[in-house]
Write a protein that binds this ligand. Structure first.
Ligand code: PLP
Length: 400
């Protein structure tokens, strides 16, 4: 039997899929499970967007498109980025791809050389694909711990201590997965001052939750003085427009756009043609539905945060964005005799019928920060209430 490469054998994944497998198995056995695992809106894609795709199919838009996307989409994205990030983005700086995710890999591939000791700093806890792509592409992963005491932003001195001449890429994610935390304008400005002396340092700004900011406005590092040139803005239609399965994402960076275009040519050729028309409508058409979804998430945020804080042993901050909460459950573990967050997660699943993800699914546990689990509140009010009530009963029953 031919062998599989080390790179492929060791390639990391989103461990959330392991939990989804457990949930599927329990449901197949007839168990009732309330799941807070999935990171996608529970709304259908708005009608006007669906219609634009149907029209595009009927109009015969079936073939390949230019790799970076149809001109109408690149123009729509440039205008969207310019107005929401308060910077000037030209359509030729925009490259569209099959979701926001591919740009993580394209960016590491375009800014680091394999095995050359190039360092990539990334948030921990964070989206697991950052680390797996850094390693698969032969760069050196450097964790940047997020701090609960700073609303799950990182400590700026801890960033300063990690940036050096070997750093090629700094990955930022705000609003963040899995914490929902936000990087403030002041923090972004300080990040700008920290990286400014390093000529070869790029920033990957993962902004896929930019449409889900609840208190104040979305802020991008791209708008910080001197940062636009070195910042890769990455966003997608997935979360804002409930379009996760349509697989359309977009990036902007003047210097890297030609390289990203070649990566798209080398991988997917182009994003799906009719779906590009759908996203033109998403970006240029009425925003009413997107704003409505955001308002519903905002209301759910209040419901789940209050509910969790009412349960013994749970301490939950009010996150500024996305649709995740990241309660500290150190005390809850002690109360029920669970060794750590993973043991509590399993007991919540098997004994209480509530599915969540544990901190170990998003990186190594940060020393001194305690135990956490992630809830996605992209689920109905009924499920939120039922899940909270099951956890509360479980805690009461098992408290030692
Ligand atoms: C932080 C972060 N970045 C990127 C993505 C990828 O999103 P998509 O490829 O659907 O645009 C996700 C999806 O969960 C995410 O949480």
């Amino acid at each position: 039997m031919p062998r599989i490469s080390n790179r492929a054998s060791e390639l990391g994944t989103e461990n959330a899929f392991v939990v989804l497998g457990e949930v599927g198995q329990l449901q197949a056995e007839g168990k009732s499970i309330v799941s807070f695992c999935i990171g996608q809106p529970d709304f259908p894609t708005p009608e006007n967007i669906q219609q634009a795709a149907v029209d595009a199919i009927r109009a015969g838009h079936h073939g390949y498109t230019p790799s970076p996307g149809i001109p109408a989409l690149r123009e729509a994205v440039a205008s969207f980025f310019s107005r929401t990030r308060k910077v000037q983005i030209d359509p030729e700086d925009v490259v569209c791809g099959c979701g926001g995710k591919p740009f993580i890999g394209y960016s590491i591939l375009s800014t680091t050389d394999y095995g050359a000791g190039n360092e990539v700093i990334y948030p921990n806890p964070g989206f697991p694909i950052y680390r797996s792509q850094i390693i698969a592409n032969g760069a050196v992963p450097v964790e940047l711990p997020l701090r609960e005491g700073r609303g799950f932003a990182f400590d700026l001195d801890e960033l300063r201590a990690r940036v050096n001449e070997k750093t090629r890429l700094l990955i930022l994610c705000s609003p963040g997965n899995p914490t929902g935390g936000i990087l403030s304008k002041e923090d972004l400005e300080e990040v700008g001052r920290i990286v400014a002396p390093y000529e070869n340092l790029w920033i990957y700004s993962d902004e896929v939750y930019s449409g889900l900011v609840y208190d104040g406005e979305f802020e991008s590092i791209a708008a910080v003085d001197g940062m636009l040139e070195r910042t890769i803005i990455a966003d997608s239609a997935s979360k804002t427009y409930a379009m996760t399965g349509w697989r359309i994402g977009y990036s902007a960076n003047k210097k890297l756009a030609p390289a990203f275009t070649r990566w798209v040519t080398n991988t997917d050729s182009c994003p799906a043609h009719p779906n590009q028309y759908a996203v033109v409508e998403a970006l240029n058409g009425s925003q009413d539905k997107a704003l409505h979804m955001r308002d519903v998430f905002l209301e759910r945020r209040g419901r789940i945060v209050d509910g969790l804080n009412a349960i013994d042993g749970f301490e939950c901050q009010l996150p500024g964005g996305a649709f995740y909460v990241w309660p500290n459950i150190t005390e809850a573990c002690k109360l029920v005799g669970a060794e750590d967050s993973e043991e509590l997660r399993k007991r919540l699943l098997y004994e209480a019928g509530v599915a969540v993800l544990a901190d170990i699914h998003f990186g190594t546990r940060v020393e001194g920060e305690g135990q956490h689990i992630r809830f996605s509140y992209a689920s109905s009010f009924e499920d939120i209430d039922e899940g909270l009530s099951r956890i509360s009963d479980f805690m009461k029953k098992n408290k030692r």
